[in-house]
Write a protein of this length. Sequence first.
Length: 169
Amino acid sequence: SCSNSPRTAPCQAALFQMTSFLLWDNYFLAMEELVDAGLVKAIGVFNFNCKQLDQLLSKPGLRHKPANNRIESHPYLPQEELIKFYQSKGISVTAYCPLGLSEDRQNFSAVIPCLFLQVLIQLQVQRNVSVIPRSVTPHHIEKNFKVRGYLTKLFTVLNFTQKNPLCHE
């Protein structure tokens, strides 16, 4: 976290949610000043849609475009268009809640011969999306990095880029 203490190392990225469009301009200006002062390396936004990003990028005097947009993305909310839009602007995307919430996980995990939750993480990585799953133990974190393969079969099962009848009942 960021701190005013001189002993605190500079933040690697500043991530904030703009809750009011009336104030976003002031927030972003303050974040740009932190980048200029060397206190943060990059500015990130949270749950920005395409219109909000376009408004931000067309801001007169913009010195630092956002480096990342953190959004909810999982098989039940893939957000393909939003992810492609951000990536086309050179802005990375981070998926929070990448595992979704579903009773169908057990059904899918029977089809995929490895831990289904790990495959969902790898699915996002294949889409060039950073992932921040909730991991509590070092063993669990290590397992999340070990998944390889099985993605073709997973795409077939989930029908990830189209509406999935299992997801849209």
